[in-house]
Ligand binder design. Structure first.
Ligand code: FES
Ligand SMILES: [Fe+2]
Length: 419
């Protein structure tokens, strides 16, 4: 579709890396590019669709999406996961409209075709209207051919080709292990999400989740308020680091130095618990605030999952799911929830209902309107390009204000869009 819309468009040239790293502004504004992204990126790589704690029992399901493909994530009667396309095989109706539930069967409301929770078509009303065995030829709801589960996170891949999940994760695995290691059992329970939407392209939030540079500017009023209440010092220097990986992943890490006084005792005992569990050195490496991008649309934030849902080229929904850690005392989980739902709601990385998120989505909306019909053709992600350090396994490291994770996003974006 992209090629038909604009046969002259050189996809590789949309992202250019030489002495500068620039991106063509049409990646935010072109409906044809957006359509191509949904197919070439979302249907060809690993996409987060849900967490096993949301569907703990046989028959549990939740609805979700892969790009704009609506899916039902189910646990069948044997306990196996399925990611089913939520589109009736008869004439295309969305089969399941519920967000979550428990069902052995899904019945399409239009002509009552009945599917089992593993996707198989099991009944067509008055099937004498078809030749013998006809339903068997249909099979059932389409299903993602590849699924991977890591720390309960369920990822779907609609392509048989391409890297395995382990290859896709690559050296990022270590940082994902640190993140989930905050639970001594490595298990978390995902709670109900916050939601927000904004009139801007989906990649604006993906870029922002590991952007260490913007906070002290765009969130200045929120941070000053924090300072006023004594819960955060003014930013000095750029402590922490950025990291970037093959497959589009990235990390922003900073010291966890913004804890409000009322939860500091619980966080101290939390830290001691981790030191007992892993040893002091490993616990120190873990006990860092890390915001991790799993390209294309999933982030591990400060004790939250953040899921980006593209809706249209200039319309996006954000979901943030707080997590409850297994294997830590209740007062620690309460302190974590306090931090992310109240205190941090006026601090960086807060829930989407917060002041901070309002600042960010306002910035995204201004980018979107700034680029619409603008003569500005390219934007810059060059900060820190000259000081990237590249390890043999492909991990790149930069300073915490560098646009290193953003470059990682667009390197993989270009690869998937072009290949
Ligand atoms: S469209 Fe689903 S049964 Fe007809
Ligand atoms: Fe922000």
């Amino acid at each position: 579709m992209l090629d038909q819309a604009d046969p002259e468009m050189d996809l590789r040239a949309l992202v250019e890396e030489s002495e500068d790293f620039t991106v063509d502004t049409r990646v935010y504004t072109s409906p044809a590019i957006f359509d191509a992204e949904m197919r070439r990126i979302f249907l060809r790589t690993w996409v987060y669709v849900g967490h096993e704690s949301e569907i703990p029992n046989p028959g549990d399901f939740r609805t979700s999406a892969v790009g704009r493909v609506p899916v039902i994530v189910t646990r069948d009667q044997t306990g196996a996961f399925h990611v089913l396309v939520n589109t009736c095989r008869h004439r295309g109706t969305v089969v399941c409209r519920e967000e979550r539930g428990n069902a052995r069967f899904f019945q399409c409301p239009y002509h009552n075709w009945l599917y089992r929770n593993d996707g198989r078509l099991v009944q067509i009303p008055d099937s004498s209207g078809y030749p013998e065995g006809w339903a068997g030829r249909i099979g059932g709801l389409l299903e993602a051919p590849r699924i991977a589960v890591l720390y309960g996170m369920i990822f779907a891949n609609f392509s048989q080709a391409g890297p395995s999940f382990d290859e896709y994760l690559g050296p990022l695995r270590r940082y994902v292990e640190y993140w989930f290691g905050h639970s001594p059992t490595g298990r978390v329970q995902v709670l109900a999400p916050f939601r927000a939407s904004y009139p801007g392209n989906w990649k604006l939030q993906v870029e922002n989740s590991t952007d260490g540079w913007h906070a002290r500017y765009v969130h200045e009023s929120a941070l000053r308020t924090m300072h006023h209440f004594g819960t955060r010092s003014p930013a000095v220097g750029w402590p922490g680091a950025t990291r970037a990986f093959p497959s589009g992943h990235g990390v922003l890490e900073r010291p966890r130095d913004d804890l409000p006084p009322e939860v500091q005792p619980q966080f101290e005992s939390f830290r001691s618990l981790l030191a007992e569990t892993y040893g002091a050195e490993h616990a120190e490496a873990m006990f860092v605030r890390r915001q991790i991008t799993l390209f294309p649309s999933f982030h591990l934030m400060e004790f939250k999952f953040r899921v980006i849902q593209p809706v249209a080229v200039d319309q996006t929904v954000i979901y943030e799911f707080p997590v409850r850690l297994e294997g830590v005392p209740d007062d620690v989980n309460a302190a974590i929830l306090h931090r992310i739902t109240r205190e941090i709601s006026i601090s960086s990385g807060g829930p989407v209902s917060s002041f901070v998120n309002a600042d960010d989505v306002e910035a995204f909306a201004r980018v979107q309107s700034g680029l619409a019909d603008s003569p500005v053709e390219r934007i810059y992600f060059s900060r820190g390009l000259h000081r990237e350090v590249i390890a043999p396994d492909g991990e790149r490291t930069g300073e915490s204000s560098d646009e290193l994770p953003q470059r990682s996003i667009y390197r993989e974006w270009r690869r998937l869009m072009h290949e």
